[in-house]
Design a protein around this ligand. Structure first.
Ligand SMILES: [Zn+2]
Length: 265
């Protein structure tokens, strides 16, 4: 009974698949303490780029109470429908925290997507008319129903003060968020959250309140909720129809749950 038994060498670390590990920039020891969220995106470019930006800018925590996190973007070439995005989020996340991001666009399967999400506790960040609204809110407030069209939102984003890297946004198919565009967003997240919350308060329904929004994580195995209850986590009233939330974006709730910006009152 002398010497070392070799246990140290045989020590295996648990819980991360090979492909996940390859995407994790931090040491394994540390990443085990990191909150992991699987976030599926309807789009294949803008949203995954934005999520990578969140990882790189905020994912390490701030050492002052905001804990580290890592978002695992889930997306497909040529995009997904809302219900496909919800299903992909659930599949990729297994029991872990899952979100799905999708736009109003002209989709017909949004009620179905909400139902699947409510049944399996996949958080939704819905944007009406589009995710581009969330980008615009970094630079300015916005209001007025858009009837599903993103044209005015994109025009305003291209011209917004401080948003010069977005001048060519959505021209020649360039909806990426990299380099100068990231830099332009950075530091404006508090303003974006404030503007997005104020859109809840000014929702045409009349009884929607950002202070009613829920941002704490919900266990995937907790009691099922109705689609109405689940969509009310956005702060919109349970009977505020999702397709009538024009304009609005729930993206602020993702930042709030990560502690990137306090969700205030
Ligand atoms: Zn509402």
């Amino acid at each position: 009974m002398s010497g070392r038994t070799g246990n140290g060498q045989g020590l295996r670390r648990r819980g991360r698949s090979e492909d996940e590990r390859s995407l994790a920039p931090r040491s394994e020891t540390r990443s085990r303490e990191v909150r992991v969220l699987y976030v599926a995106c309807e789009g294949e470019s803008t949203e995954p780029d934005y999520l990578r930006y969140l990882n790189e800018q905020f994912g390490d925590g701030d050492g002052q109470g905001r804990p580290p996190f890592r978002i695992q973007p889930v997306y497909r070439k040529n995009g997904m429908t809302p219900s496909e995005a919800v299903e992909a989020a659930g599949k990729a996340a297994a029991e872990d925290e899952a979100w799905a991001l999708f736009d109003r666009d002209q989709h017909h399967d949004i009620p179905q997507a909400v139902k699947i999400a409510a049944d399996s506790k996949i958080e939704l960040a819905f944007s009406h008319p589009s995710f581009d609204l969330w980008l615009l809110l970094h630079f300015q407030a916005f209001g007025g129903a858009q009837s599903g069209s993103s044209r005015i939102v994109v025009d305003k984003l291209r011209q917004a003060k401080g948003a010069s890297p977005f001048k060519g946004y959505d021209k020649r198919n360039d909806k990426s968020i990299k380099g100068a565009r990231r830099d332009a967003l950075n530091g404006r997240e508090g303003q974006a959250v404030t503007h997005a919350r104020s859109l809840v308060a000014s929702c045409a329904h009349g009884r929607c309140k950002p202070a009613h929004a829920k941002t704490e994580p919900v266990g995937r195995d907790t009691e099922p909720q109705t689609a109405q209850q689940w969509m009310a986590r956005s702060g919109h009233a349970p009977d505020c129809q999702i397709l009538q939330r024009d304009p609005s974006t729930d993206m602020w709730r993702l930042l709030a749950t990560l502690g990137i910006h306090p969700d205030g009152g």
